[in-house]
Every structure is written in C-alpha cells, then in structure tokens.
Design a protein around this ligand. Structure first.
Ligand SMILES: C[S@@+](CC[C@H](N)C(=O)[O-])C[C@H]1O[C@@H](n2cnc3c(N)ncnc32)[C@H](O)[C@@H]1O
Length: 275
C-alpha cells in the first residue's frame, strides 16, 4: 500500500474543500509570498486543537485496523507524512497493529514554516516560529510476519516482506532527493496535493519486492500513485472519496503514466487498474 492520506483529516472534508476553492476562512491558507509569486493554499496543521488531534489519531488507528486484514503478511505500507503531525499519525498506525520500520525522507523545499511570530513580526524580526520545511517524512510500516517466519520464507510464500532494489541494482534508500510537482503534471491534474511522478515511481517500485501483487492507494486523489504503478507495470487499485477528484483521476492517470521521467519505466505488459 502506498498512500498520501489527508494527514490532518479535516482538510479534505467537503466543507473545507469548498472554503479552499472559494477563498473563505478555513484550514487552508495562502502561505506568505517571499518572491511576489502567488502561492496555492496549504492546510494549516498548527491550528488543530486537542479534539481534532485526538480525532486524527483515532482515524489512523481505525484505518490501520481496517487495512491489516486486506494485506498479506509482510506487506509494506508507505505513507506520506507531514513533519508537524507525523509523530501522531505514525504512532496511531503502530497502535492499530503495524510494525514501524523506518522513515523515508523526501528532501524537498516546502513552503511550510519559517513564519515570523504572529503580531510580533516587527518586535522579533529575526525569529521564526518553526523551521522552514526542507523535507517530507514518509512512514514505512509492515504487517507483522507470522511467528518464526523468515523474510526469505515470506518472500517465497507471499511475495512480501522486503523492499525491491532500485533499477540500478542498489538497495532502496531512505533519503530521496526530490522536486516539487512539475508544472506539466499540475496542468494534467489540478489537485492541491498532487505528488510528482519522479518520486512516486521510486516509492511504488520498492513496495512490491518481487514485482508480484497488487498495489493499493486508499486516498488516491488525482491518481499520481496509481499512474506511477501503471508506469512501472504493477497492478493497482485506488479509492477516492470525492467525486470531482475521482473523475480527475480517471482522466489524469493515462496522461501521468505516459510521462517520461527516467524513473522506473519498464516495458512490462499493461497492468489492470480498478478505481
Ligand atoms: C493528500 S490527497 C492525495 C493526493 C494524491 N497523492 C495525488 O497525487 O493526487 C488525499 C486524498 O484523500 C481523499 N480522501 C479523504 N478522505 C478520504 C476517505 N475517507 N476515503 C477516501 N479518500 C479520502 C481526499 O479527497 C484527497 O483527494
């Protein structure tokens, strides 16, 4: 499973999406502009209160409990996080029954953090309340292997348990130098959280160690994960709750998968896709 969930849960509720689109006050806000360019809205996770944080933990614990029976023993889950909330979300996954394996760090310049203290901008001109974000943490989890089963046995029986090497024959790394989503991809799919194909193809490839199996993305958005899976030649299945994004994914996936990025492309046969 490779997923980019609504980390704060709130931000993809229908009323918040409507506020984002209309520019009304809500969890989405326009980050400050340092260079005169107009920014796209980002969810403001620092504004979550205790009740919302508890709801978030519950959501991901329930998600983990629901996801486990659908996965083979030893199956990996790679989940996009946010530096501010990852400790909450990742611990909820462990409470729900997953083994925490590591974090994969996507090095990317984000627009988060670096803000001056509100109403203290002039008084404390050299202070930021949070560091400017230069990475995105992805949690790597595994469904526990049956008692006494080795990784070799798990790979042979279920095709799970490990991570696939990179196309150059080296092991998958836990730090990935990445880019922001390129304009040509955003022009294909106008989703506020679209991930770049250059990143997704590296992540997706690693998750099926023998290349066999079905990759699932339960928060598919505009389908960047599913497009990456198709580009590699993996079978995949996705779920998206909002109809507009679901329709966007149907139109975008064939176009995103056809892009050349130099990452993980193969001449594998056409995979099956159900959305
Ligand atoms: C962070 S975005 C994923 C973006 C995706 N990686 C892409 O590149 O387009 C999360 C998505 O999950 C969807 N979502 C939120 N809650 C959901 C739920 N309960 N079930 C399925 N999808 C949900 C949202 O509508 C949103 O499109």
């Amino acid at each position: 499973m490779v997923l980019d969930p609504p980390y704060g849960v709130e931000e993809y509720e229908l009323d918040q999406i409507e506020k984002m689109l209309s520019g009304g006050p809500g969890i989405w806000r326009i980050p400050p502009s340092f260079d005169g360019c107009t920014r796209s809205p980002l969810p403001r996770f620092t504004a979550l209160d205790e009740k919302q944080r508890a709801a978030l933990k519950r959501f991901f614990r329930d998600f983990a409990v629901a996801a486990l029976p659908a996965l083979k023993p030893g199956a990996h889950v790679l989940m996009a996080g946010n530096a501010f909330l990852s400790q909450l979300v990742f611990s909820a996954m462990v409470e729900g029954g997953f083994e925490f394996r590591t974090e994969v760090i996507r090095l990317v310049q984000t627009l988060r953090g670096g803000d001056k203290p509100k109403l203290g901008e002039k008084e404390f001109p050299e202070v930021a309340s949070l560091p400017r974000g230069g990475y995105e943490p992805w949690g790597l989890f595994r469904k526990p292997l049956p008692l006494k089963m080795t990784v070799r046995e798990c790979l042979a029986l279920y095709g799970t348990g490990g991570l696939r090497h990179k196309p150059d024959g080296n092991p998958f790394n836990d730090v990935i130098q990445s880019e922001r989503t390129p304009k040509r991809e955003k022009e294909i799919a106008d989703h506020p959280s679209l991930k770049p194909q250059s990143l997704m193809r590296q992540l997706v490839r690693a998750i099926l160690p023998t290349g066999r199996g079905i990759l699932a993305d339960p928060f598919a958005g505009a389908g960047s994960t599913l497009a990456a899976a198709e580009a590699i030649g993996y079978s995949c299945v996705g779920v998206e709750r909002h109809k507009d994004y679901f329709e966007m994914a149907k139109a975008s996936i064939p176009k995103l998968r056809a892009l050349r990025t130099g990452e993980g492309l193969s001449s594998a046969p056409q995979p099956s896709l159900s959305l």
